[in-house]
Structure formats: C-alpha cells, structure tokens
Design a binder for this molecule. Structure first.
Ligand SMILES: O=P(O)(O)OC[C@H]1O[C@](O)(CO)[C@@H](O)[C@@H]1O
Length: 532
C-alpha cells in the first residue's frame, strides 16, 4: 500500500491544486459531522489518492482495532491495558466491559461525586479556612495539566466561578508566580497526577502544602487529589472524600474527560462539563458509525499520513483563528507526539516509514506576523491546519470577528494560489525597471500549492470543544494503527527521568562528575561556579 501511494504521489506531486478546486471538489473533499466541517480540498489528494488511503485503513485493520478499543480489549499491548477514555464520556451508561466487569457504574459514580464537589466549590458550600474559594490551583504536568489548562482557556466565556491557575513546571518560578497571587485561606489546591509519583508534581504539591500551612491549620482540608493511586493520595494527607480516582485504562494525555477535568468542571460548572462530554460522545458515535470516506477523524488521519509519510513533510502547523485555543497546539503536541512519536511497531520491528509529525502552532492572526513568512516562502512545505468559528462570544465586536475569519480564509487561499513571477512583476513595475525590476519581483513570488485543511464550526462552546478534542484523539488512534505502533505507551520519556534523578546529587555537589561525559561534566562545573 505504501508503495502504491508513493507511486500515485509521483503522478500528482506537480499538479496545481488551485486548478482543481471548483465547487464540486469543495463538496467532495469536505465532510460535515455534527457541528463541524472539515475541508481538505486545498491539498493534492485526488479521488484515486483518497481511495488508496482508505484502502490503507482497511489493510491496516483500523475497523477491527477501533471496535477492539471501544470493546475494552487490551490494545495498549506493551502495558497490557485497555484504552477506554471513551467510557468517561459514555453518559448513557451502556455497559463497557473490562476483564468481565462493567466499568460504567464506577465511572458514573465518580462523575456524580466530582459534580457535587465542583458545585459545592462554586456555590460556597465548600469553603476554605477563610471562606468561599476564590482560587483553584491545579498542580500537574503533561496530561494532568495540558488538557484542563487548554480547555479552561478555550471555554473562557463560560468560566464564571473561582479563578483557575495551572502549575506544571518544576521551575520554582512557575509555582511562586501563581501562589503570589492567591490567598492560602481561600485557595483549593488540586494535585492532579495519575501515578502520584511524578517528581515535578509532587515537589510542587509539597511546596503548596508548606505555603498553605503558614496560614491554614488543616491544609489537607483544602487539597483534592486526582489519581489512580489512592494509597499514595492518603499518604499525602488528602481525605478520601476529596480523592477522585480513575483506572489505568485512561491514559494521561486522554484523561481530561474524567477527574483530571475537575478544574474545568469547577470553572464552567457541572452542566457545561457534561455538555463537553456530550460533544465528545457525539464524535465517538460518528467515528464508530460513519464510512471511512465520510468519517472526520479517519479523513483527518489520512490527510496527515499523506502529507507526512507520503509527501515527506516533517511538521504540521495547527493554527487556531480562535484566541481562546491558544493552548491547543501545546495540548496537541503531547497528544500527537507522545502517542505517535515512536520508531518501533507493535511487534518490535523498526518502522519503515516516518513516525508522526512534529506538531506546532500559535493562534492566528499573531502567527501571521511571526512565522507565516516561512510557511509562504520558505523552502520547506508545512501543511497547515486552520481552525475557525463562525461566531465569537463578543457580540458587540462581531465586525472584529469577521476580520479574523477573513484572515483565516485569506491564508489558506494565499498558500494555495501563491503569486507568479508575472504577477509579482506587475506589482512592482510602477517602482522599478530593468534588472532591478526582475530582482525585486523575485522576492515577491509565492510558490503556492501549499496544502492546508480547515476545520470550521459555529462557535467554541463546551459541546464543540468536546467534539474537537475527540476528533483529534481518534485521528491519532487511526494514524497509530496505520503505522502499526502503540499510541498509548510513552517509553521515550523514561531515560531522561532516570538520568535527572541520577544527576540531582551531582548538581547539588554531593556526588562527583566522574562517570559523566565531558560535556555534561563541564556544564555542571560552569553552573556550580555560578551558584547552582
Ligand atoms: O499524571 P502523572 O502520572 O503525574 O503523569 C504526568 C505525565 O507524565 C507522563 O507520564 C510522561 O512523563 C505523561 O504521559 C503524563 O501525562
């Protein structure tokens, strides 16, 4: 299949896709599911290419793998675990079996407990020593931070109760900056850690505990924990009624839908949080039922495969024309790169194609005045993913939103159409002539034919955000199955953790640098001379 796709790519690589994009192609290469429209017409995928890509899904066994995932089979083979974040948004409670046990009663009970606690915090029924909670500090990292941090920003227009802060970095600047703005007597600290062992999180949690203890008599009463390790949360001193547990079949970067979403739930309320879950559930239903040729996550995945594994474009820019989605690129970096940044397939063989792409981005229009220069005229092609809402939330500034939308559409159009040398000459002919005209015109040429997809939606509501994040999760799943890798482990983060633990005494000066390489030893020496 890979060879067939590469052969086909050779036949379309030079085709100007601007010449192909008429109304028919725009409809044929777009799909609408629930509230979302995915347009992938501005690419050089043609019908044959799409058919081949869909054959690839079938050959790779995506259908069977998808069904196995939803059925609770242990598709995370290297860790022997099921992958069931979808159960967390299965609000109708239909049975989901793991090892012969229906997990839904526990899932729904935890959701009810979280909802009651979140509403108590919001209403003031739950208080700190100094009264109603004014600030919530979520301490977590990776999946225990990026999801809720991204979603609280994305849903800022729905955020109507305590201020929410997110501390992730072990750099003391992070926690010190946040705690400086909070009153310990009215702050709730949420320690979010699936394992409850992550060094950054546990270090920050102890710092927060000490900060609170200066003022608050019973600090444990103002701490909550989100974890799979209830023994460890108890040892930390957090009472069981404020521990919201989940199972090991929820991966860290897929955990926003359950207890790890508590800070989001406190920010927007339990009803809006359920609407967020319903959006994701709608995308799950679509993913399970739509034909691959009409299936949003599958199509987004095959476009990604086309650009990365077939065309060889190493990166992908995610460009939300939605300022509140400013943390989406960082969230997607973990979701996609921790899931699909692997060089070994499930059976232990080396991959024969590239692993997943480097994902990066910033909201438009800011990026336009920063890195779009390279996207338009650089020597490397960067496939772009634009996201845009029909409406913002600032009704009195709707004209400004229209300008935002115009910018978004202009960028994908400019990337596709480009500007020829003749057009560039015509632009500068009033100012220059002769050789100087030629030289100046060359700088103003845009190669065009640069691919992009656009995801459009009515408005960034909790329901729409749920759909969007579930769309990306399933896209990652499909790409992972096609590559034959396990998208649900993350062994690649281990070595650095082990070496950091070993280096701590070296940095502190209680161990020597004898067994370190020359470069590391010299850096330790330099930092120690400067007071580390
Ligand atoms: O929630 P935990 O267990 O603290 O882990 C945090 C993050 O660390 C990782 O395990 C990677 O180091 C991520 O996969 C995870 O989201």
């Amino acid at each position: 299949m890979w060879n067939a796709l590469k052969k086909h790519h050779a036949t379309v690589a030079d085709r100007k896709f601007i010449e192909l994009v008429d109304a028919d192609r725009a409809n044929d290469f777009s799909v609408i599911a629930s509230d979302m429209r995915l347009d992938y017409a501005k690419t050089n995928i043609d019908k044959t290419g799409r058919d081949l890509l869909i054959d690839l899904l079938e050959t790779a066994g995506v259908t069977a793998k998808r069904d196995a995932m939803f059925a609770g089979e242990a598709i995370n083979e290297t860790e022997g675990r099921a992958v069931l974040h979808t159960a967390l948004r299965n609000l109708d409670g239909d049975a989901v079996m793991v090892n012969g046990k229906d997990v839904m009663p526990d899932v729904l009970r935890t959701l009810a407990n979280m909802s009651a606690f979140a509403e108590d915090v919001r209403s003031g029924a739950f208080t700190g020593q100094g009264g109603k909670i004014t600030d919530v500090v979520n301490i977590g990292i990776g999946g225990s931070d990026l999801g809720p941090a991204m979603a609280v920003n994305a849903l800022a227009p729905y955020h109507n109760e305590p201020r929410c802060h997110f501390v992730s970095n072990v750099d003391p600047a992070d926690i010190a900056g946040v705690l400086r703005t909070c009153d310990p007597a009215t702050t709730l600290v949420i320690v979010a850690s699936k394992t409850f062992t992550t060094i950054e999180t546990m270090t920050n949690a102890r710092t927060a505990q000490a900060w609170m203890a200066e003022v608050v008599t019973d600090t444990g009463a103002q701490f909550a924990a989100l974890s799979t390790a209830e023994d460890k949360t108890a040892a930390f001193g957090i009472a069981p009624e404020r521990v919201f547990g989940f199972e090991d079949w929820v991966g860290g970067r897929y955990s926003l839908w359950g207890p790890i979403g508590l800070s989001l739930m406190i920010a927007i309320g339990a009803d809006a949080f359920k609407s967020f879950l319903r959006g994701a559930q709608a995308m799950d239903v679509h993913f399970k039922s739509a034909d691959w040729s009409e299936n949003l996550p599958a199509l987004l995945a095959v476009v990604g495969i086309w650009h990365n594994q077939i065309c060889g474009y190493a990166t992908r820019a995610v460009l939300p024309y939605d300022n509140n989605l400013n943390r989406l690129p960082a969230y997607l970096q973990q979701l996609e790169m921790e899931s699909n940044g692997k060089g070994v397939s499930m059976d232990g063989a080396d991959l024969t194609v590239n692993s997943g792409p480097v994902v990066w981005g910033e909201p438009g229009t800011n990026g336009q005045h920063a890195f779009y220069q390279l996207i338009h005229q650089g020597t490397r092609v960067v496939p772009c993913e634009f996201l845009v809402a029909a409406r913002g939330h600032e009704d009195d500034l709707h004209h400004q939103h229209q300008l935002l939308v115009a910018n978004c559409l202009a960028q994908s159009e400019a990337l596709m159409t480009g500007r020829t040398l003749d057009e560039a000459r015509a632009k500068v002919a009033v100012k220059f002539d002769g050789d100087e005209l030629e030289r100046q015109a060359k700088h103003r040429v845009f190669p065009g034919n640069r691919p992009s997809v656009t995801i459009a939606y009515p408005q960034m509501t909790p329901f729409v955000l749920g759909q969007l994040i579930a769309l990306y999760e399933h896209r990652v799943f499909v790409e992972g199955v096609v590559l034959g890798i396990n998208s649900y482990d993350q062994w690649g983060v281990e070595l650095g953790k082990e070496l950091a633990t070993a280096l701590q005494p070296v940095v502190e000066g209680t161990a020597g640098t004898d067994n370190k390489d020359g470069s590391t030893a010299a850096l330790v020496d330099f930092l120690q001379k400067h007071g580390v």
